[in-house]
Write a protein that binds this ligand. Structure first.
Ligand code: GDP
Length: 300
C-alpha cells in the first residue's frame, strides 16, 4: 500500500495524484473530499458517477481518516471497477449469420482514428486465424482509400475500394459482396465521418446499412471516439447512437494525456460497451477494454 501511495503521489496523472492525496490524508475532511471530487470531474468522469463514487467511498472509508490504507486502496479499486460496469459484454461480434461473413461497420467523426483502427483490428483478427477483407467506404477524402489500403498491405489483407467520389454505399456493398464470394470471416468497413449535418449522416449510414444488408447483415457497428476530446466525445456518441445502432465503442488515443473518464459517461448514458482502446499509431496498438485495466490506467 505504501508503494501504491508513492506511485500515485509521483504520477503525472492528476487523478492518480488526487487518489494518492486522499489515501495519505490523515484526516478526510471536507476539503480533501472536495479536491478529490473536483479532480474526478476534471477527468471527464461526469458529475453523476463522481458523486456516486465519492458517496460510496465516504460511506466505506473511515469517516475521519483512512484508518486502514490497504483496505482503502481495495475499496477504491472496487468502486472504480463498478463504475465501468464489468458485466457488459465486450466481445467483438465477429461471427456472421448462416455462413456469411461478419460485417463490422466502423463509424465516427473524421480524425478520431477509424482508418487506423480498421487496420489494427484486421491485425487482431488475422492473428486469431480469421480471414479478413477491408472496404474503403470513405470515398470523400482523396487519401482515405490509399491510407486504408496501406494498412491492408501491412496486415496482409485485401482492400476493396471505389473511385474517388463514388457512392459510399456501393463501395460498402462491393466489399461485402466480395467477402461473401470469397468466403471470408470478417469484412471491416471504414466509413466517412462527415458530421456537418445529422440528417445527412443518418441518410448516409442508413443507406450503407440498407444496401449492405441485401448481401449480409451488419453484425457490429463500432463508434470511434477520440479520448483527447473529452466531453465532445459524449456529444458525438449521442449523435451517432441516435442516427445508427451503435453496438460498441473504440476509445482511441488513450496513450496521450487523455482523460479516459469519458468511458464511464458514455457507457452509462448509452448503455453501449467500450470494446477496444487505442494506445498508439502502430499496428499492435489496439487492446481489448477491461474494467480492471481501465482502473489501473486511472490510478496511473
Ligand atoms: P479517421 O479520419 O477517423 O479515419 O482517423 P485516422 O485513422 O486517419 O487517424 C487520425 C490520426 O490519429 C492519425 O494520425 C492516426 O495515426 C492517429 N491515431 C489513431 N488512433 C490513435 C491512437 O490510439 N493513438 C494515437 N496516439 N494516435 C492515433
Amino acid at each position: 500500500m505504501a508503494r501504491l501511495r508513492r506511485r500515485l503521489a509521483s504520477s503525472n496523472n492528476a487523478l492518480a495524484r488526487a487518489l494518492g492525496d486522499l489515501l495519505s490524508s490523515s484526516r478526510l475532511d471536507a476539503d480533501v473530499w472536495d479536491d478529490f471530487e473536483a479532480t474526478l470531474i476534471g477527468s471527464d468522469l461526469g458529475v453523476g458517477p463522481t458523486t456516486e463514487l465519492v458517496d460510496n467511498l465516504r460511506r466505506e472509508l473511515a469517516i475521519d481518516g483512512v484508518d486502514d490504507p490497504a483496505r482503502a486502496g481495495r475499496v477504491l479499486h472496487a468502486e472504480l471497477v463498478k463504475l465501468v460496469d464489468p458485466s457488459l459484454d465486450r466481445a467483438l461480434n465477429d461471427t456472421g449469420a448462416d455462413g456469411l461473413p461478419a460485417v463490422v461497420l466502423v463509424v465516427g467523426v473524421n480524425g478520431t482514428g477509424k482508418t487506423t483502427t480498421v487496420g489494427k483490428l484486421a491485425r487482431v483478427l488475422v492473428a486469431e486465424g480469421k480471414t479478413v477483407l477491408l472496404g474503403a467506404a470513405d470515398t470523400f477524402r482523396a487519401a482515405a482509400a490509399d491510407q486504408l489500403q496501406t494498412w491492408g498491405d501491412r496486415v496482409g489483407v485485401d482492400t476493396i475500394r471505389g473511385a474517388e467520389g463514388a457512392d459510399p454505399a456501393s463501395v460498402a456493398f462491393e466489399a461485402v459482396n466480395a467477402g461473401v464470394e470469397r468466403g471470408v470471416d470478417v469484412v471491416l468497413i471504414d466509413t466517412a465521418g462527415r458530421l456537418h449535418n445529422k440528417a445527412n449522416l443518418m441518410d448516409e449510414l442508413g443507406k450503407i446499412r440498407r444496401v449492405i444488408s441485401r448481401r449480409a447483415p451488419v453484425t457490429e457497428c463500432l463508434l470511434l471516439l477520440d479520448a483527447t476530446t473529452g466531453q465532445n466525445g459524449l456529444v458525438q456518441a449521442r449523435v451517432f447512437n441516435d442516427v445508427t445502432d451503435v453496438t460498441g465503442i473504440v476509445l482511441s488515443k488513450l496513450d496521450g494525456s487523455a482523460k479516459g473518464g469519458i468511458v464511464v459517461q458514455v457507457q452509462r448514458e448509452l448503455g453501449v460497451p467500450v470494446k477496444f482502446i487505442g494506445l498508439g499509431e502502430g499496428v499492435d496498438d489496439l487492446a481489448p477494454f477491461t474494467a480492471e485495466g481501465f482502473v489501473d490506467g486511472l490510478l496511473g
